[in-house]
Design a protein around this ligand. Structure first.
Ligand SMILES: [Zn+2]
Length: 108
């Protein structure tokens, strides 16, 4: 059973963009169910993270701890409490317009 966790930055962004809240909620449910299938693996400084489009140019950035571990990315990925999470943990990190989300320095 997959467990969803939400970072503060993600919750803040959801509050800010109430207009697409329903779309976000629906996507969060889908991602929690199919984190690997729906995610596009990111590279570079966001290695180990996944992104998934929500609506328009909005994307969600998240981590899936099973993937953190499989790829041996835990050392690179800023998944600070990875070892405390169950394998099946999806951590929702950020949400926002494509460019904004990618340019945000992710601190977890
Ligand atoms: Zn992790």
């Amino acid at each position: 059973m997959t467990e969803a966790k939400f970072e503060k930055a993600f919750l803040k962004a959801v509050k800010k963009h109430t207009g697409i809240r329903k779309h976000i909620e629906a996507k969060v449910r889908q991602i929690t169910e199919f984190p690997v299938e729906l995610g596009e693996p990111l590279r570079g400084s966001l290695r180990g993270f996944y992104s998934c489009p929500v609506r328009g140019n909005f994307i969600i950035i998240y981590l899936y701890c099973t993937s953190c571990r499989k790829k041996g990315d835990a050392e690179f990925v800023a998944c600070s409490d990875c070892s405390e999470n169950a394998d099946e943990t999806v951590k929702f990190v950020l949400m926002g317009p494509h460019d904004e989300a990618y340019s945000t320095r992710i601190k977890i």
